[in-house]
Design a protein around this ligand. Structure first.
Ligand SMILES: CC1(C)O[C@@H]2[C@@H](CO[C@@]3(CNc4nc5cc6c(=O)[nH]c(N)nc6cc5[nH]4)OC(C)(C)O[C@@H]23)O1
Ligand SMILES: [Zn+2]
Length: 373
């Protein structure tokens, strides 16, 4: 195991890259997809099952864990890895974004944000300093700077204001994080869909200096075309020798398009959240297993998939347990979706290493056109 945090680029193919992030808790193969474990669990999955899908790292949330069970309690119990029985790397988001999307009665100043918990209405405060303290108490390996992601729709002035505040908070995050060998602090680029603001944000972050750089402020309803428009230039504003993390993305075709444009890491609730609602993602497109047409179908969800749902059960069974509201329904489909997302990542890592990313991308889209799923 590495003593420190290091990123090694192994191959590139156009703007796409593949490499390895070494950490004291293990290696992260990039491009990497991080399953979301918001409240110290990837919903409906045991940690060993998450590992079996191919995940090297998972994501936790400062906002949720500070409210329940609190970071201090997790620290008293040995930290988040021990608490949730996941000894590999964990990245935690810094809380600002979740406050804006979940909390009520929010008041934001230069100092930070006061808000009322969406769970019990209790009062809380988050700032760069408090967010760094919470993420240290949790023991996460990759810590995210505390930022403000403006809610859409936002005027250029609002996007510029939020970006510049986030850059001042990035400096405070860096100062509060201190020097923690083996732990990484990632800065977060803001700037909406405005190239000049994105460039200003990247320059500010590089001047502060981070172990990795996230592209924030996307996957907030702007749509794929606008997101790809930003990704056509934003990764190139960031240091080539550090990991680039696109936050909150996304559907399989978003993920392939982001890696094509130079993104190394992503996270999204999609595979787990949609798995619990009966939405399966497969190499040939989406399957809503609750649809009546699956009621008598003896075939697996995806004949070519080696996951437990596809090797052990029929569509008819999956249809039945979803209709009956049985717990195994969400377990099986979450496992399948996470397995499929990791299969896409492994396919891209191999394709980039072999200089065949264009062929991978063409095959990925062609298969999905087949329909009849
Ligand atoms: C795609 C999908 C399925 O993911 C769902 C839902 C709506 O989008 C998501 C995912 N998008 C997303 N963008 C982000 C931007 C930032 C950011 O700028 N800063 C920080 N610190 N964290 C971020 C986390 C982010 N998550 O955001 C919430 C609201 C968490 O639910 C997620 O649609
Ligand atoms: Zn499967």
């Amino acid at each position: 195991m590495a003593q420190n945090f290091a990123f090694t680029l192994n191959a590139t193919d156009g703007a796409a890259r593949t490499g390895v992030i070494s950490t004291p808790r293990g290696e992260i193969r990039t491009p990497a997809f991080m399953p979301v474990g918001t409240a110290a669990t990837v919903k409906a999955m045991l940690p060993e099952s998450v590992r079996a899908t191919g995940a090297d790292i998972l994501l936790g949330n400062t906002y949720h864990l500070m409210l329940r069970p609190t970071a201090e309690r997790v620290a008293r119990l040995g930290g988040l890895h021990k608490f949730m029985n996941w000894e590999r790397p964990i990245l935690t988001d810094s809380g600002g974004f979740q406050v804006m999307s979940l909390a009520s009665l929010r008041k934001m100043t230069e100092e930070g944000v006061t808000f009322s918990s969406h769970i019990d209405g209790s009062k809380h405060f988050l700032s760069p300093e408090r967010s760094m303290e919470i993420q240290r108490l949790l023991g996460s390996d990759i810590v995210m700077a505390f930022d403000e992601c403006p809610a859409l729709p936002a005027t250029d002035e609002e996007v510029a204001r939020a970006m510049r505040l986030s850059m001042r908070w990035a400096q405070r995050s860096r100062d509060a994080f201190g020097d923690r060998p083996g732990h990484a602090l990632f800065g977060i680029m803001q700037g909406g869909v405005t190239r000049e603001l994105r460039e200003e944000s990247a320059e500010a972050l590089k001047a502060i200096g981070f172990d990795g750089y996230a592209i924030g402020g996307l996957a907030v309803g702007e749509g794929q075309a606008a997101m790809f428009g930003v990704l056509d230039y934003a990764p190139g504003f960031l240091p080539a020798d550090k990991p680039r993390y696109l936050m909150g993305v996304g559907k399989p075709d978003d993920i392939v398009g982001a890696v094509k444009r130079g993104v190394d890491m992503m996270d999204c609730v999609l595979p787990s959240r949609s798995g619990r609602t009966g939405q399966a993602w497969t190499r040939r497109g989406q399957v809503n297993i609750k649809n009546a047409r699956h009621a008598d179908d003896p075939r697996p969800l995806d004949e070519a998939c080696s996951c437990p749902a596809c090797t052990g059960y029929s569509r008819a069974y999956l249809h039945h347990v979803f209709r009956a509201g049985e717990m195994i329904s969400g377990m099986l489909l979450t496992w399948h979706n996470l397995h499929y997302f990791q299969e896409i990542m492994q396919g891209m890592r191999e394709a980039i290493a072999a200089g065949r990313f264009a062929e991978f991308e063409a095959e990925f889209h062609a298969r999905r056109a087949e329909g009849d799923i």
